[in-house]
Ligand binder design. Sequence first.
Ligand code: F0G
Length: 458
Amino acid sequence: MAVIIEPFRIKSVEPLFVKTPEERKQILKEAHYNPFLIPARDVLIDLLTDSGTSAMSAAQWAGVMSGDESYAGSESFFHFEAAVKEIVGMPFIIPTHQGRAAEKILFSIIGGKGKYILSNTLFDTTRANIEYTGAEGVDLLCNEGMDPALIAPFKGNMDIKKLEDFIAKTGAQNIPLCIVTVTNNSGGGQPVSMDNIKKVKDVCHRHGILFYLDACRFAENCYFIQKREPGYANKSVLKIAQEMFSYADGCTMSAKKDAFANIGGFLAMHNPELAQQCRNLLVITEGFPTYGGLAGRDLEAIAIGLKEVVDENYLQYRIRSIEYLAEKLTAAGVPVMQPAGGHAVYLDAKAMLPHIPVNQYPGQALVAELYLQGGVRGVEIGSLMFGKYDANMNLIPAMMELVRLAIPRRVYTQSHIDYVAEVIIEVYNKRDKIKGLEITYESLALRHFTAHLKPFEE
Ligand code: F0G
């Protein structure tokens, strides 16, 4: 059979509400042209994020009902710990309320002024948690990953030469840790190869630098390894994941992605002293080490989700459904990051809207237009998210101007995706008429969440 179907059926549904184009115009204005400020009830198809938005399975909901809410030593913690250990093979498993809480704890201990944390590409909260300690985050992505149109199998790879050069220039004593993001969310959801992970690990260990994984989308990454990397075609995704984690000294994880949970995360590691330091902080900010900011029911849902996500029927459907949208758009001429990522389709706003300069935020302008056209909510991953200012307050733009359409796991059907493609193609066909935006309010850190914008005026 050539058709890949959704490997589930629907037991419980939620209604969607359609707004008129006139209503959407008003809503967008009131939200200051920022999708984060649009009430969810006013969105038709919500592709803002794949984080915490998964549909949980019947088995997960059953787990929720049987969650053990004991303060210490809850049975659900032991289920959670065993499920995580089976995949990551590390002895110390520390639950947190989400990924960034794991980052905050890790970097509070590892970071600090004068230090550098290296990555293929740091996600925005990871970078913020590093910079909050006074340390600097450094992205050393391979050149292939910076060309949205280029087709290559592992565009999330770290550049080994850049890594070696950076260590030689800066001195390993100032680099406590290197963290590779799988898949590379901010770089288009592109996977990292096992070969690259091994090489990064070797370089790090040669210099006494800790090697971690930001493992939010580990299963999607491992599915790409199975399909694209020589030597892995006959290995299960679980085995591939176990190998991948075997090279790491530790990992941070947001269970809101590849564990199908609506909340949750964890830190895992080999080093007992570091684990003890992390737990000491955990008690202050998250909770006792056997629940770390989560209810027993959440731990249970994560434990079950981690088993479901390595199912290859699911992963085949998952990766294919993203590819399906990317193919439709590419066939219509829409510039899309190639090849399709694991959790999202990324539109190349710079290529689509060359008449809008980067300081008028072409990605954000495209996000606004997608909402106006069809009530579709995406997010800019470009200069609004990553731009900085120089001493004269001129914008230092991001590497790319992308719009991410992240697909929640097991939530939308093929006809929803067909509708999304239609909306994007309609916007593409009138792209010459789209105008830029300017910022009227912004915060110091993570400004994209709260910024106010308006249509640019000469
Ligand atoms: N690392 C990566 C690669 C992420 O994509 C995220 C979250 C985090 C860390 C932080 O995890 O949200 O549980 O605190 N990404 C979401 C997104 C928000 O939309 O991509 P968190």
